[in-house]
Design a protein around this ligand. Structure first.
Ligand code: GTP
Ligand code: MG
Length: 134
């Protein structure tokens, strides 16, 4: 079994679809291990997205993710990382298949509702960042 760090980003909280997203995670069979609503400090946001620090949209990304409360959660299950990324859909919500979270609820790449760890190494790093007690 594997763990993954999932975020319902501030756009998802603002739009009132936290329950919808969490419901999809649970229906898939992934188990909730931790869940918290929080407003991210800038330093945590910059650390979370460190791999994108040289990209032109980095400033916008940090502003967006710190712009309101988000929900961070850890889900566990067989191939949880891949399982959640399949639920989330493609990064660009217009390209994301209908039936996925991004495909059903988003239109713009900068406001694509959810984040999910993309590898076991990033999952471990991100879980430590958001839930140091785990
Ligand atoms: P995350 O799960 O959020 O990491 O998404 P991802 O793994 O599908 O995409 P990636 O890690 O490549 O990019 C991280 C995030 O940066 C994306 O989810 C987008 O919200 C944002 N992003 C990517 N490209 C752009 C862009 O061109 N403009 C803006 N504003 N944001 C972007
Ligand atoms: Mg990513």
């Amino acid at each position: 079994s594997e763990r993954t760090l999932i975020l319902v980003k501030p756009d998802g909280v603002r739009r009132g679809i936290v329950g919808e997203v969490v419901s999809r995670i649970e229906r898939k069979g992934l188990k909730l291990v931790a869940l918290e609503l929080k407003h991210l400090p800038r330093e945590t946001a910059e650390a979370h997205y460190a791999e994108h620090s040289a990209r032109p949209f980095f400033g916008e990304l940090v502003e967006f993710i710190t712009g309101g409360p988000l929900v961070a959660l850890v889900a566990e299950g067989p191939r949880a990382i891949e399982a959640f990324r399949a639920l989330a859909g493609a990064t660009d919500p217009v390209a994301a298949a209908p039936g996925t979270i991004r495909g059903d609820f988003a239109l713009e790449i900068g406001e694509n509702i959810v984040h999910g760890s993309d590898s076991p190494d990033s999952a471990e790093r991100e879980i430590k960042l958001f839930f140091p007690e785990l």
